[in-house]
Ligand binder design. Structure first.
Ligand SMILES: Cc1cc2nc3c(=O)[nH]c(=O)nc-3n(C[C@H](O)[C@H](O)[C@H](O)COP(=O)(O)OP(=O)(O)OC[C@H]3O[C@@H](n4cnc5c(N)ncnc54)[C@H](O)[C@@H]3O)c2cc1C
Length: 391
């Protein structure tokens, strides 16, 4: 009989990573427990957008990892019982000026050469997308395979299915300490748990879990604001971002007004299934302070009107913030930690965690079971951050 306070695999964090890992690991027959300090999806995974995109990924490994995740998400849409508002409509990036348009054309060529379904959109294509767009938008690009989900529902749907595969769920249990003897001994505010293996899927809090075992995890919160708008008439059917979003995300040079630059604002407009829309977003390093800054909200609204001037009489319902788990090379850590065998990290997905959750869950399951991995995991290793000693 399985013991209630022992598990083969303890997964810490019930966000989208922990939920996806719980699903794939339980499905493959592993004895798993998901430990969450609050409720499922109470961290960043319920304070974000729901884009499962390649359009905003760097060409190369980043894009290929997203493609693998998109393919798994299509399968999950068939396997999971609770619907999670999956919509496969593609997504678009719009350009602010001719210089961005030139860069967008190059971007499409690189992504197409890599076998991805990208197309250049001209001024007329943009008009066809939405009558709300500003007349002076020179064009943009689209990625045909991008999709949208409701991340909050997705977490619950994964956990619900995982429970049917035998997952033990322990919510309102904050992990306060971990020691390693033969097994890991995990202290939580709801009792002790022992585990043969531990997966740290605690998002921006992953460094605190690492500290418990003397491991330095270089993940930093990168705050984002979102405005929830009420849609009086449909603006767009699919997700739209501006090309400058890429410049912000990858910290590259960009032409924009000082306020937009200061708060790292770039347009993202996501139509939700409930007929509202999410307007974002910003990128700032301000520690763990999740409070709303009205100046950022104003900057986002102003940027939205640059691209959708006819939305100036639309109503706003509320705004919220979330914290992206940022790493300096813009790739997550999906890896076992060599110095602490049996301890895995699945965190640091910055603004891509919704897009990359399914492949992350699958990879952790494969690493634990020492299977061949779906994609190469070398670029995701934890030890890439170990400092090279200077001569
Ligand atoms: C504004 C914004 C927009 C975004 N839009 C997108 C998008 O469109 N597409 C995309 O791909 N990504 C997007 N992202 C990024 C995405 O939301 C994150 O990468 C993702 O949610 C991270 O998931 P996670 O499971 O790693 O972390 P979280 O969801 O934060 O989960 C970590 C969990 O660990 C728990 N935890 C922490 N410490 C402990 C402890 N000691 N004991 C037990 N449990 C603990 C927390 O309570 C939390 O539930 C966006 C992010 C933001 C902020």
């Amino acid at each position: 009989m399985k013991k209630a306070n022992h598990t083969d695999v303890a997964i810490i964090g019930g966000g989208i990573m922990g939920s996806a890992i719980a699903y794939y690991a339980s499905k493959s027959g592993l004895d798993c427990m998901l430990i969450e300090k609050n409720d499922i999806a109470s961290g960043t995974s319920s304070r974000c957008d729901g884009n499962v995109t390649i359009v905003d990924k760097d060409p190369g490994f980043d894009s290929q990892m997203s493609l693998a995740s998109q393919e798994l998400t299509i399968e999950l849409n068939k396997d999971l019982e609770l619907p999670f508002e999956y919509r496969e409509l593609g997504s678009i990036l719009v350009c602010d000026n001719d210089a961005e348009m030139e860069a967008a054309e190059d971007w499409v060529k690189i992504q197409k050469d890599a076998g991805l379904k990208f197309n250049v959109l001209d001024r007329e294509d943009i008009r066809q997308e939405s009558p709300f767009f500003a007349d002076d938008i020179p064009g943009g690009l689209e990625c045909e395979t991008d999709s949208l989900i409701n991340p909050y529902l997705f977490c619950y749907s994964l956990v619900e299915r995982a429970r049917k595969y035998g997952l033990k769920l322990k919510t309102h249990a904050e992990v306060t300490n971990i020691t390693k003897k033969k097994d890991f001994i995990i202290d939580t505010t709801a009792g002790k748990v022992t585990a043969k293996k531990v997966v740290n899927a605690a998002g921006i809090w992953a460094p605190f879990i690492g500290e418990m075992l003397g491991i330095n995890i270089p993940i930093v919160p990168r705050k984002g604001h979102i405005i929830v708008g009420s849609r009086s008439e449909p603006v767009m059917m699919r997700n739209v971002m501006e090309f400058g979003y890429l410049m912000n995300k990858f910290e590259r040079e960009r032409i924009a007004d000082p306020l937009t630059q200061k708060h790292g604002v770039a347009l993202v407009l996501e139509p939700t299934e409930s007929q509202n829309f999410l307007l974002g977003s910003s990128r700032e390093f301000v520690g763990y302070d999740g409070s709303i800054n009205i100046n950022v909200v104003k900057a986002i609204a102003k940027r939205g009107l640059r691209f959708f001037p006819k939305m100036d009489d639309f109503n706003i319902i509320r705004s919220y913030t979330g914290m992206r788990p940022w790493t300096e090379d813009h790739l997550p850590i999906v890896s076992e930690v060599e110095d602490v065998p049996g301890f895995y990290i699945a965190a640091g997905h910055e603004g891509d965690g919704i897009s990359l959750a399914t492949i992350t869950g699958k990879l952790i399951e494969e690493l634990i079971l020492e299977k061949e991995t779906t994609i190469p995991v070398e670029p995701l290793r934890y030890d890439r951050f170990k400092k090279v000693p200077t001569a």
